[in-house]
Design a protein around this ligand. Structure first.
Ligand code: NAD
Ligand code: WQD
Length: 337
C-alpha cells in the first residue's frame, strides 16, 4: 500500500518505516523534524536498501498535507506525529493541544478532502490513568491525569465521532504501553534530547557513562521488589503491530481501539539487572522519592491484539536491552534518534 507516516522520522515511526518497507509497502515520511533529524533518511536506506521519501512538513499545515497525500496517492495514514513528554505537557499545555489535537484535526481535514479514509493512530496507555485492575484491557475506564494524556484521549474521541458519522472511515487506535529497544542494526533507536525522562534511555546513558547514576523513583510500592512495574515492549514488535493494523484496515471499516503490550510486567530493578547483563556495564543507582503521578504497576491485556490483529509481541527483555545497548554504544547513539 501507499502509506503516509506522520512523525515517521521519530523513534517509533522510523522502526515502523523499516518493517513496512520490508513488507513491500511504499512509505512517505512526513515530519517537521522537531524531535528528529535528517540523518534518519540515510540510516533507513542503509537498513532497507530503499531510500525513503521524506517531506519536511508540519501536520498543522493542511495545504501541504493535502498536496502530499494527493501527490503520493496515499491510501492510509499512520499518525505518529506529536509531542509526548508528560511532564512537559504540564508546563506547555497549549503546545501539546496545538501539535496533537489541532495537528490531528488538520490531518483529518486534509484526508477527508482527498478521500483518504484509513488511519492508524498512535495512542497511549496513558489514557487509562491509574490502573483500577490488572492486566489493563481496552474496556478499562479512561482516566487521564495530564494534558498529554488528554490530547490522546481527545483525538481518540474525534476519531470515534468521525467513524460514527461516516461508515467509510477505517480507524485503528493503538494504545502503546512502554516502547523500548532498537533495530538490531544499532543504526536507529531512541536518543532523546537533554536528560531522558523515561527509564530505558536513562539507564542506557548511565551505562555509557554519560550520566552518573539512575534515581529509582520509589522502592515502597506494593510490587515484588517495591519498585514500579511496567509493560516494556520491544519497538520492533510494536512496529510489526502497525503492519498488522494496516493489514486489518484493508479488510475492515469502522473504529477499533487496541492495546499493544506484552502482558508481562518488569520492575525497575529487574530492568537494571537485565541491562547490566546485556551490556556488561554496571548501572549505579540510588533510591529516590516516588515520582508524582506514577502508578505502582501497569501492564496490558494483549488478548484483543492477538484476536483482532493476529499479532503478539515476540521479543524478550534481553533483546530489548541488547538492542538498546548496541544503539547507545555504537554510531547510532551519537546522532539524533
Ligand atoms: P518521537 O518524538 O520520537 O517521534 C515523533 C515525531 O513527530 C518526531 O520525529 C517529531 O519531529 C514529529 N513531530 C512532532 N510534532 C510534529 C508536527 N506538528 N508536525 C510534523 N511532525 C511532528 O516520538 P515517538 O516515541 O516515536 O512517538 C510517536 C507517537 O507515539 C507519538 O504520538 C507518541 O505520543 C506516541 N506514543 C509514544 C510512546 C513512547 O513511550 N515513545 C508511548 C505511547 C504513545
Ligand atoms: C517507567 C518506570 C518510573 C525514570 C511514560 C508515559 C507513558 C508512555 C511511556 C507516552 C516508572 C521509573 C523512570 C527514572 C525511575 N509515553 N523510573 N527512574 O511513566 O511508565 O510511561 O512513558 O505515551 O504515557 O507516562 O515510563 O519510563 O518514565 O517510567 O525509577 O529516571 O521507571 O518511576 O516506575 P512511564 P517511564
Amino acid at each position: 500500500m501507499d502509506l503516509l507516516l506522520t512523525g515517521g522520522m521519530g523513534y517509533i515511526g522510523s522502526h515502523a518505516a523499516v518493517v513496512l518497507t520490508q513488507a513491500g509497502h511504499r512509505v512517505v515520511l512526513y515530519d517537521n523534524l522537531s524531535n528528529s533529524a535528517q540523518v534518519m533518511v540515510e540510516r533507513l536506506e542503509r537498513i532497507t536498501g530503499v531510500p525513503p521519501l521524506f517531506v519536511d512538513g508540519d501536520v498543522r499545515d493542511t495545504d501541504r498535507l493535502r498536496h502530499t497525500l494527493r501527490h503520493h496517492a496515499s491510501e492510509a495514514v499512520i499518525h505518529f506525529a506529536g509531542l509526548k513528554v508528560v511532564g512537559e505537557s504540564l508546563d506547555i499545555p497549549l503546545d501539546y493541544y496545538a501539535n496533537n489535537v489541532q495537528g490531528s484535526i488538520s490531518l483529518l481535514q486534509a484526508m477527508r478532502e482527498v478521500g483518504t479514509r484509513a488511519m492508524v493512530f498512535s495512542s497511549s496507555a496513558n489514557v487509562y490513568g491509574e490502573p483500577r485492575y490488572l492486566p489493563v484491557d481496552e474496556a478499562h475506564p479512561t482516566g487521564v491525569t495530564n494534558p498529554y494524556g488528554r490530547t490522546k484521549l481527545q483525538v481518540e474521541e474525534i476519531l470515534h465521532d468521525l467513524a460514527r458519522s461516516d461508515p467509510a472511515w477505517r480507524i485503528v487506535c493503538l494504545r502503546y504501553f512502554n516502547p523500548v529497544g532498537a533495530h538490531e542494526s544499532g543504526l536507529i533507536g531512541e536518543n532523546p534530547q537533554g536528560i531522558p525522562n523515561n527509564l530505558m534511555p536513562y539507564i542506557a546513558q548511565v551505562a555509557t557513562g554519560k550520566l552518573a547514576e539512575l534515581r529509582v523513583f520509589g522502592n515502597d510500592y506494593p510490587t515484588l521488589d517495591g519498585t514500579g512495574v511496567r509493560d516494556f515492549i520491544h519497538v520492533m514488535d510494536l512496529a510489526e503491530g502497525h503492519a498488522s493494523a494496516v493489514g486489518y484496515l484493508r479488510e475492515h471499516a469502522g473504529w477499533q481501539v487496541i492495546n499493544l503490550g506484552t502482558g508481562q510486567g518488569y520492575s525497575v530493578l529487574e530492568m537494571i539487572r537485565a541491562f547490566e547483563a546485556a551490556s556488561g556495564r554496571r548501572v549505579p543507582y540510588r533510591i529516590a522519592p516516588r515520582r508524582p503521578g506514577d502508578s505502582a504497576s501497569c501492564y496490558a491485556n494483549p488478548e484483543k491484539a492477538r484476536r483482532v490483529l493476529n499479532w503478539t509481541a515476540r521479543r524478550t527483555l534481553a533483546q530489548m536491552c541488547a538492542t538498546t545497548w548496541a544503539f547507545h554504544s555504537g554510531a547510532g547513539g551519537k546522532g539524533a534518534a
